[in-house]
Design a binder for this molecule. Structure first.
Ligand code: IMP
Length: 194
């Protein structure tokens, strides 16, 4: 599978990828565009990016280096309890913000907005608003709108993708593949299928 010379050190992980969906270059070009737009929209505002761990880590690191206005960033880790979450509304903050967001403009950074059903994102948005943030918006690298069952706003979107499970550039399958510099689809046999 041709993923470029720079991928030599990823050979072992590459073997599990059936198809490269977004190359390193495509992602990097889009991140530059997102950074420019965010820089325009938040000029003169007290901006704080809030990344939802762990999937956002790579995207956030690249994104902040393409935003030209002053900013801060912080992370939260949010857990939910699978299918029960929808009915119970139970979402737990495992790691809270270190900084106050009061009167600040918050941009929540996600790797992918999928079904929205875990309620993580909507819970977090509500929670941040209750802390009297000046504004709360969402920037997601990927959006899978066909899967959406709960309405969550995505204000900045990197790419829209089909209903496929993807890995790489921060996104994992069972804790693996986050370090891949591109976004790909796993071979079925990796899931125990095929
Ligand atoms: P949602 O609550 O269904 O929107 O799921 C959002 C979270 O599920 C994302 O932040 C990811 O951590 C994970 N997720 C959803 N789809 C994928 C995928 O295709 N690959 C890797 N992780 C995913």
């Amino acid at each position: 599978m041709p993923v470029g010379a720079a991928s030599l050190s990823f050979m072992k992980l590459d073997e599990d990828i059936a198809q490269v969906l977004l190359t390193r270059e495509q992602i990097s070009n889009r991140v530059v565009e997102l950074g420019k737009q965010i820089s325009i929209d938040y000029a003169g505002k007290d901006l704080i990016l809030v990344g939802i761990l762990k999937g956002c880590a790579i995207f956030l690191a690249d994104l902040v280096r393409n935003i030209s206005v002053p900013l801060a960033f912080d992370f939260v880790a949010v857990s939910s309890y699978g299918a029960d979450t929808k009915s119970s509304g139970v979402v737990r903050i495992l790691k809270d913000l270190d900084e106050s967001v009061e009167s600040r403009h918050v941009l929540v950074v996600e790797d992918i907005v999928d079904t929205g059903l875990t309620l993580r994102l909507s819970y977090l948005l509500e929670n941040l608003r209750s802390r009297r943030a000046a504004s709360v918006k969402v920037c997601s690298l990927l959006d899978k709108p066909s899967r959406r069952r709960v309405d969550v706003p995505v204000d900045y979107r990197g790419f829209t993708v089909e209903d496929q499970f993807v890995v790489g550039y921060g996104m994992d399958y069972q804790g693996k593949y986050r370090s891949l510099p591109y976004i790909g689809i796993l071979k079925p046999e990796v899931y125990g299928g095929g």
